[in-house]
Design a binder for this molecule. Structure first.
Ligand SMILES: [Zn+2]
Length: 244
């Protein structure tokens, strides 16, 4: 981990220039399934590039998608230009949430939604409306949507938590409020459910999701061992004190 993330990769050759195609989209879905983010046909993604928005379908196994299973919306002509041949396949139930993020967070062009075990568990181990962590290396892979600059190791990263609802679209009012209240958060946790992450490119959003999922897994273990997550509990030597 290092400045290659903070600098957006431009100095290391990792430029965010991956052209989104249906084939790339479904290969990413396959990767995300194997990370445990999209099991049981859950989760999803929306990517906006060159006036097109690609959406994952609902209730289709994410590791077995084909390019023809995606929904593609033309953002200039405001029309759906491609949909699956099978009329039973519907667009992701998260589409209203994806659209709200893409329309209201300046510079955001990708949203990833996961149903990972660790994102779910951390919401049950965390009381209240916020997950807070500091002094962790992987915080440096998370971007502040106000500037799209990376957080620092010793920044206090705050990810809000909203309460789950019976259907994904019913999460929209809480998401709208959260985006107003937490303008520096690039993600939201949904209690007993999972995670939404947004970023300026699909590459950065994927990196952020990996870093956040790592932090959630680590945090579940830290809590199990009685290790505090944020800097208020750091000793003078910079070590985290463990209450026995
Ligand atoms: Zn979901």
């Amino acid at each position: 981990m290092g400045s290659e993330l903070a600098e957006g990769g431009a100095k290391t050759g990792q430029i965010d220039d991956g052209i989104m195609t249906p084939e790339l989209f479904v290969s990413l879905m396959n990767q995300f399934y194997h990370k445990g983010w999209m099991v049981g046909s859950s989760g999803g993604m929306a990517v906006e590039q060159d006036n097109l928005i690609y959406y994952s379908p609902s209730s289709v196994q994410k590791e077995r998608l084909h390019g023809c299973d995606l929904f593609v919306f033309d953002n200039e002509k405001l029309t759906l230009i491609r949909r699956p041949d099978n009329p039973k396949i519907k667009e992701s139930a998260c589409t209203p949430l994806f659209n709200h993020v893409l329309n209201s967070v300046a510079g955001s062009h990708c949203v990833i939604h996961t149903h990972s075990k660790w994102a779910n568990l951390i919401t049950m181990l965390t009381n209240g409306r916020e997950f807070v962590i500091s002094h962790q290396e992987m915080i440096k892979g998370v971007f502040n949507p106000q500037s799209w600059k990376a957080y620092s190791y010793d920044d206090r990263l705050v990810i809000p938590i909203i309460e789950n609802k019976p259907t994904e679209d019913q999460l929209l009012p809480a998401l709208v409020d959260m985006l107003m209240d937490y303008k520096e958060a690039p993600a939201v946790l949904v209690r007993h459910h999972g995670l939404f992450v947004w970023g300026p490119t699909w590459e950065k959003t994927k990196i952020m999701t990996e870093c956040l999922e790592h932090l959630f897994e680590l945090s579940c273990e830290m809590i199990k061992h009685g290790i505090p997550l944020d800097s208020e509990h750091l000793s003078r030597e910079g070590n985290v004190s463990v209450e026995k």
